[in-house]
Design a protein around this ligand. Sequence first.
Ligand code: NAP
Length: 272
Amino acid sequence: MTFTPWQERSVVVTGGTRGIGRGIAEFFARRGAAVLLTGRDGRVAREVAAGLARSTGGRVAGAGVDLRDADAVEAMAAEAERRHGHVDVLCANAGIFPEKPLREMTAADIDEVLAVNLRGSILAVRACLPAMERAGRGRVVLTSSITGPLTGYTGWSHYGASKAGQLGFLRGAALELAPLGITVNAVLPGNVRTEGLEELGEEYLRKMAASIPLGRLGETADIAHAVGFLASDEAAFVTGQTLTVDGGQTVPESLDALAPVSVPGPPSPSAP
Ligand code: NAP
């Protein structure tokens, strides 16, 4: 098996302006890959890219791409290929998670979440396909979630549907693209400290951290390392799969299952 150095890779990261996506972009930039990161506002994306290029010494460009706009998503793939010569890794990461109880949910709320998280992911993969075919190789890594595929959460039913929907898409896409040497996999993050998660408030973060067996929220680097594996040559035989990165959060059956185990002390010396 031959391994292509990261320096010869061209990576597209949607939602790379902050949070998990910025962590993924940083991971690849540090390893020498050429990165195009995107967000809705081109000026913000270019600023974040310039900052990452300075801090990592890597090649990072930014572009304004609203994932709800199919033409803009097509232009994203064209821009990555024009800048870096090819596209061989797509991290379809951008997503939104507005809280909305089902009783208050409007059709527009549902459309918005599905448009960015599900339709946007599919559009991004479709847009990058021709470039991956030309490159003769491809790695797609979706950022899904534990919420939807593995767990449920009141207030996030539309979000859970979008994240579970990504996995239905990934299985079909993995089969269609396998003959082209393109793999399609997903990471399922648990609760990761990002700007988006911090907007849910300190109380939310504290309670979440308390329900994670490893005793802390995830860091963006925790997710980036998993993405890096799925994007690597070493993962050539992995497709249509998910990798949960949640500090064990989905493992306990109940809060009691997280209680420390009482270890019996040494036997007391028996009385003479
Ligand atoms: P975040 O901090 O809110 O960042 C979201 C990113 O998505 C930003 O870069 C944002 O860019 C971009 N974005 C939002 N709407 C967009 C649109 N319409 N078009 C293009 N880009 C858009 O979120 P995060 O916590 O890093 O989450 C990233 C991904 O991980 C999401 O798919 C989320 O569902 C998933 N996830 C997160 C967690 C967690 O605990 N943080 C857990 C499980 C799954 P701009 O604002 O610049 O447009």
